[in-house]
Design a protein around this ligand. Sequence first.
Ligand code: DGL
Length: 192
Amino acid sequence: MDNSKKAIGVFDSGLGGISVLRDLKKLMPNEDFIYFGDSAYAPYGIKTKDEITKRCVEIIDFFIEKGVKAVVIACNTATSASANYLRKKYKDLPIIGMEPALKVATQGVKNNNIVVMATPLTLKEKKFENLMNRFEDQAKIIKLPAPDLVEFVERGEIDTPELKKYLRSILNPYLGNIDAVVLGCTHFPFAK
Ligand code: DGL
């Protein structure tokens, strides 16, 4: 089939990737997308790399059966855990991943305090360490794992008193002293 007629596969551990899909549709209104939200296996952020990679392989095989021309991993966690492996395994398939927007947060500013909220797995992976190393001379980077925030969003609780209480409890130690917060998980923009 002509490549221009093929769809692009987009996936995440659950609902988070819809925040990415929204932007993709705006940027590429003429493309067709197939979205796979792996909610039955969410959250990914507290699983092992092997568990996440196994799910990614099953999802990409499903996309290949559907005849996609490219795959977007709309998940920071799955990108950190599996993107390198997946790009080697599926050599002919373009695979696009996510990265916490530290570059944008540091742009043009020196010595600012940046909190990066993400899943525990994203923050402990080598990929994030390499990213931090690139920007640590420009900012003080504080890692803030927020695994419960994924669960709130999966339950559709994006504006409840419980969510606000949770956010206050994890952000309180830094309030008054933060210049930027990076939402390093695609679930988090829903609670922005
Ligand atoms: N939405 C995902 C991310 O960007 C992962 C959330 C999870 O399943 O833990 O990291």
